[in-house]
Design a protein around this ligand. Sequence first.
Ligand code: TYM
Length: 345
Amino acid sequence: MAAKELVFSGVQPTGNLHLGNYLGAIVNFVKLQNTHNCIYCVVDLHAITVWQDPAELTRTIREVTAAFIAAGIDPKKHIVFNQSQVSEHAELAWVFNCVARLGWLNRMTQFKEKAGKDRENASVGLYAYPNLMAADILVYRATHVPVGEDQKQHLELARDIAQKFNNDFSDSIRTHGFNEKFFPQPEPLITGAATRVMSLRDGSKKMSKSDPSDYSRINLTDDADAIAQKIRKAKTDPEPLPSEEEGLKSRPEADNLVGIYAALAGQTRADVLREFGGGQFSGFKSTLVDLAVTKLGPIGAEMKKLTQDTAYVDAVLADGADRARVIAAETMNAVKDIVGFIRKK
Ligand code: TYM
């Protein structure tokens, strides 16, 4: 492991975890455990930027935790916890609210999409959300952040915040004996064949938890029948599959299914097209169903089992939070000194 490299990432406990979350993020979380120290967080403070039913929020916090473990994350070797148990996230986010500029947040496309036309009615939290995300990462001074393509802009903002804090407080950082690069520049890790999984009903829309059509996504808790039905009904075009990647360019639905296959099989799009190029979608879809059921079935089953054992899941989160807090408190104490606050020593 390279010195001081640390991985951090988060997933929101809002509704159904789907294949996009799995292939764009969680699969990479699992892989990184072999090479890095990792911190994986269920970001419940982010979830409430849009109103959540309290009982349902509690359930989904446990469900995302169960998904992490069922997918192969080891909560003993690494850290798994829910954000609200480590108050330093919210504390650092406030400092970052005072570092980030309005103009930076005004450029965030996800806010524009989520707030939609009724912008005046969006919560202040939804607007300031990327500052909290920067705090999540930087309170651990994490260096690498595995995410799907859609989080790239938020990561750029986190880098800007880190840099501005280091510049604004450079004298104080030095006076207190810290490295001038107090906050690192966190690097996004956007890897694999499915960094942006699209809706199964519309290849121009991202697969998302909030799409009203359940046929648009494969949920991690879907059983074999549901997975099969959704893949069979997935939108395609009438042409056979191309033999070269070039042929996927103006065919978003074909590109999406090939990308999903490649990511589930651990192959590249080119590998998949070498095998299926020239064939019809019906045959390809049947093989994709088998692959998806083989890969996702056991995860879904394990998730269901784990979510019933709430005592175990809650204990994992409490233990992870205790370990996370030690690291976060060290950063936050340093930040307080750097900013000029007085604290009990
Ligand atoms: P969230 O909860 O929307 O999604 C969790 C992860 O899944 C990825 N993802 C996708 N990847 C590929 N295709 C898709 N259709 C797709 N949909 C979602 C996301 O990119 C993400 O990696 N703001 C974050 C959560 C967060 C966070 C953080 C992430 C809060 N703090 C700090 C990293 C570091 C979010 O809403 O992800």
